[in-house]
Design a protein around this ligand. Structure first.
Ligand code: ADP
Ligand code: NG1
Length: 456
């Protein structure tokens, strides 16, 4: 039976935070909110940059979340104010189609993505007006999915305000699709875990069809998140979409080399399915078919027998039109290898051998090396932080989320957590005044949290 997001008592929200949101709401709109929507960020334990290739990932929700206080209004507008004054107020008409300008990403466009997803799902021409206060404590642009938590919160709030009902799976799929309106062609991991998370358990998230399966993490170790303090705003750069596009082109090239009709194939997982091959076979196929030197457009068009115009319109995104070279071998090799590591990680958690912690740590370390060397989505600060985490007692450490900045996640034996945090603080944060100022919110233990909910 598909389940809907729970409706809980607002009293369970941290009282100081609830008070601030309530007071901001009263001050701004002159009344009390009718309900709250809350959606968590996440940390991905393993399975990076493979969701948009069709492969399973293994995240858990974190305690940090986006909380929105809402009441309906009769002004046919969505009014948004943020407890963090760095995010400016916005008022947007909701009596027609919601418009999102991807060329100029603003914070409230993420909120509008969630609104638009619900509008489209139910074909609602005149949405209920909403007055909202947004409050978030997920570090932004740090690989912990602050943007998706905001999209999911908005989707949930819009559903409730317009008296609609949807399962958590449907909400996750709608929000994954609608976040793409800001321009990043994400895979759906973040919105899925934000809705489907359950306290106490990490999840294996599988796609098409979307499902979440509990993964019991081993006793005796905890996951510690550390932020390298370099932010990477995905919508304002093209790093992310370049990788999506490289994987799409690699899909076409592998399908072509194996004589598959490649028309409907856009994801690396689809090539594996068509060939009925193992992930290990796919890694060998990449080595056999694709060369490590970057491919030019001309070479790709020649192999695939397509025009440059077809290449631009069918394979590239709006913000990758000027890219000249594509590293297909390295990207595809990472994807197939990482997909195999996710399955091994789940297998170790399920069978729980005595040496689980070391095995999981090894897989995390291999994942980081692959992200750094093949997928090139790390950065010097993140690599330095991962090294420090390993020297400070972690059995495994890797970048988490999109990368190019943001957070590392480390697996640390429970009895070493305090000495680990002390050592990382001394080696990474204290020597730099900017990092030292951010340390309080940048280095913390994370346990699997619950999913998005409405609070009354
Ligand atoms: P992430 O990995 O955190 O999802 P993104 O770069 O994709 O990183 O998204 C970060 C963007 O999400 C921010 O630039 C901002 O527009 C929006 N955002 C995140 N947290 C908040 C918040 N508390 N309030 C308003 N907008 C937020
Ligand atoms: P973050 O780190 O939250 O920006 C992004 C994508 C995910 C996934 C990871 C990399 C979005 C909304 N999120 O997450 O789908 O591809 O990168 O594994 O695009």
């Amino acid at each position: 039976m598909p389940s809907n997001p729970p409706k809980l008592q607002a009293a369970v929200i941290n009282s100081k935070r609830l008070q601030i949101v309530k007071e901001t709401f009263e001050l701004k709109y002159g009344g009390l909110p009718l309900f709250y929507a809350c959606a968590p960020g996440r940390v991905n334990l393993i399975g990076e940059h493979i969701d948009y290739c069709g492969y399973s990932v293994l995240p858990m929700a974190i305690e940090q979340n986006i909380l929105v206080a809402i009441s309906m209004n009769k002004s046919e507008t969505i009014q948004l104010t943020n407890t963090n004054t760095a995010y400016e107020d916005a008022t947007v008409s909701c009596s027609g189609d919601i418009a999102i300008d991807r060329a100029n990403p603003k914070w409230f466009y993420y909120f509008l993505c969630g609104v638009k997803g619900i509008q489209e799902k139910f074909g609602i021409p005149h949405l209920a007006g909403m007055s909202c206060v947004v409050d978030g404590n997920v570090p932004p642009s740090s690989g912990l999915s602050s943007s998706s938590a905001l999209v999911c919160c908005a989707g949930l709030a819009t559903m409730e305000a317009n008296k609609k009902s949807l399962s958590k799976v449907a909400l996750a799929e709608i929000c994954a699709k609608s976040e793409r309106y800001v321009g990043t062609e994400g895979g759906g991991m973040d919105q899925s875990i934000s809705f489907l998370a359950e306290k106490g358990s990490a999840k294996l998230i599988e796609f098409e069809p979307l499902r979440a399966t509990d993964v019991q993490l081993p006793d005796g170790a905890v996951f510690v998140i550390s932020n390298c303090c370099v932010q990477m705003n995905k919508a304002a750069s093209s790093h992310y979409n370049i990788r999506v596009v490289e994987c799409r082109i690699a899909t076409k090239m592998l399908a072509h080399a194996r004589g598959l009709r490649s028309n409907g194939l856009l994801k690396l997982a689809q090539v594996q399915t068509e060939l009925r091959a193992s992930l290990e076979d796919m890694v060998s196929l990449v080595d056999e078919v694709l060369h490590p030197e970057p491919y030019s457009r001309e070479e790709i068009c020649k192999v695939l027998a397509i025009t440059s115009e077809q290449f631009s319109s069918e394979l590239l995104s709006a913000n990758t039109q000027d890219v000249k070279h594509f590293k297909l071998h390295q990207r595809a090799k990472h994807v197939y290898g990482e997909a195999a590591r996710v399955l091994r990680f789940k297998g170790v958690c399920d069978s729980g051998p005595a040496e689980s912690i070391q095995l999981l740590g090894d897989l995390m370390n291999q994942s980081h090396a692959s992200c750094r060397d093949l997928y090139e989505c790390s950065c010097p600060e993140l690599d330095q932080l991962v090294e420090i985490c390993l020297k400070s007692g972690a059995v495994g450490s890797r970048l988490t989320g999109a990368g190019w900045g943001g957070c590392a996640v480390s697996m640390v034996p429970s009895d070493k957590v305090q000495s680990f945090q002390r050592a990382v603080r001394e080696a990474y944060y204290l020597p730099d005044s900017c990092r030292a100022a951010m340390e309080k919110h940048s280095l913390f233990v994370s346990k699997p949290g619950g999913g998005a909910a409405i609070y009354l």
